[in-house]
Design a protein around this ligand. Structure first.
Ligand SMILES: Cc1ncc(COP(=O)(O)O)c(C=O)c1O
Length: 414
């Protein structure tokens, strides 16, 4: 028999095993200074493309003031206790009403973190006779929620309607036997590749199959749709989404998240979602801060317009310069390159140190071996000059990647 910690110390996991080479630089980097297009990394100002502050709300003076005023009035402790017990306030209810109205649903319920909320909502929505059908590329919070499910689950190929239908057929056959129902889960925007979930096609399948649709719209909320209500609005199918989810961690530049649906479903979640029943309520400072942010999203469409000017300039600039950005049709901008992890590390080092450009890097095991994704998140704080500067830098690093410069440097770094 082994001591538990012996295994943990020997094998730190697929990412943890790179800690020595990567920590503080590629993972757990410290970005300092006000959240914006230019921040400090290791004491140097860098052009930053890795912050999900899509609408540039994080450092707006009126947002900081709303947060500070709420914290000054209520502190960070208020209210104490879980929503159900002693952590309920008028402001929580107001934010829920406003979120529901904004995404055109009857009712909404707040959760403290998107990740935990999603895990818990999936757990609450299905019982052992029910079947989950979900996209293989969904976020970890969905995967982990599905893991809690005691019944059957079927996974379909990413955004593949044929595979979706095949699995819905299997699910229906099984549900006939178990007497349960079917929950289909997709993302509104797949956060790694930037593709919208095929919600229109999924909704069309409702004509043939009996299922309910849960959509995680973390990246769509605030960025897509005429009013910013997200991917459902963008694709004209918001009414057919049975349970809509968005986090405040991206466009809202805050903390917290919400589910929106018909009022009976929300009431069921209020009484059955364990992450909220057994955990402290979202602090009022966050709730009041979120009310301010939502008001700005509603009343300042120019923020989303500015974001899309940057998105369009960046994506068309990259494409015109021969970069592969896959099939993104959202703000998330992945740049696909080929190389091994040591080369990727050398390249990102060059990009940060010599070009002053900071973006996220995604490698195996998150994506297949030999592939590198440099993932850019445009925001309303970026400028067209930032876009030009980035494309020039990317052209330089691509050339060095292709001529083998990083292979040698990477081998020494690894
Ligand atoms: C698609 C998706 N769902 C859920 C979450 C989790 O949200 P939170 O950060 O509020 O826990 C994220 C990341 O933040 C996400 O990208």
């Amino acid at each position: 028999m082994k001591d538990l910690f012996e295994r943990i110390i020997e094998d730190k996991g697929p990412l943890g095993n790179w800690a020595k080479q990567a920590e503080g630089y590629f993972v757990f980097p410290k970005l300092e200074g006000p959240i914006s297009n230019r921040m400090f990394f290791n004491g140097k100002k860098v052009l930053t493309w890795s912050i999900n502050d899509y609408l540039g709300l994080a450092s707006r003076p009126e947002v900081i003031k709303a947060d500070a005023d709420a914290a000054a009035e209520y502190g960070l402790a208020y209210p104490m206790g879980a929503r159900m017990m002693s952590g309920h306030t008028d402001f929580h209810e107001q934010l829920e009403r406003e979120c529901a109205e904004f995404v055109n649903k009857e009712s909404a319920y707040l959760v403290n973190f998107g990740y935990q909320g999603m895990v818990s909502a999936i757990d609450a929505l299905v019982s052992k006779n029910d079947i989950i059908v979900y996209d293989v590329d969904t976020h970890a919070c969905i995967i982990d929620g599905v893991r809690l499910h005691p019944g059957k689950r079927f996974v379909y190929k990413h955004n593949d309607v044929e595979s979706m239908e095949k699995n819905l057929k299997r699910a229906e056959r099984l549900a006939e036997k178990t007497g349960g129902g079917i929950l289909l889960i997709s993302e509104g925007v797949f956060g790694m590749r930037g593709e919208q979930g095929k919600l229109r096609e999924i909704v069309a399948l409702k004509e043939k199959y009996n299922f309910r649709l849960l959509v995680d719209d973390a990246h769509g909320f605030g960025t897509l749709g005429k009013t910013g209500a997200g991917t459902g609005e963008e694709q004209g199918v918001q009414d057919e989404i049975d349970v809509y989810f968005a986090t405040f961690a991206k466009s809202m530049a805050g903390v917290g998240a919400f589910f929106a649906a018909d009022k009976d479903i929300i009431q069921y979640l209020q009484y059955n979602m364990r992450s909220q029943m057994f955990a402290k309520s979202l602090p009022l400072a966050m709730v009041k801060g979120a009310l301010k942010r939502l008001d700005m999203i509603r009343t300042m469409p120019e923020l989303k317009d500015k974001l899309w000017i940057i998105v369009n300039a960046l994506q068309s600039g990259l494409k015109n310069n021969g970069f592969d950005i896959g099939s993104t049709n959202t703000c998330v901008t992945p740049v696909y390159l080929k190389g091994e992890i040591p080369e990727a590390m050398a390249m990102v080092h060059d990009l940060r140190e010599n070009h002053g450009v900071f973006c996220s890097i995604v490698v195996y095991p998150v994506i297949p071996k030999g592939l590198i994704i440099l993932r850019l998140i445009p925001t309303a704080t970026h400028t067209l000059e930032d876009v030009d500067e980035t494309i020039t830098a990317f052209s330089d690093i691509r050339e060095k990647l292709e001529n083998g410069t990083y292979k040698k440097i990477g081998a020494e770094m690894a």
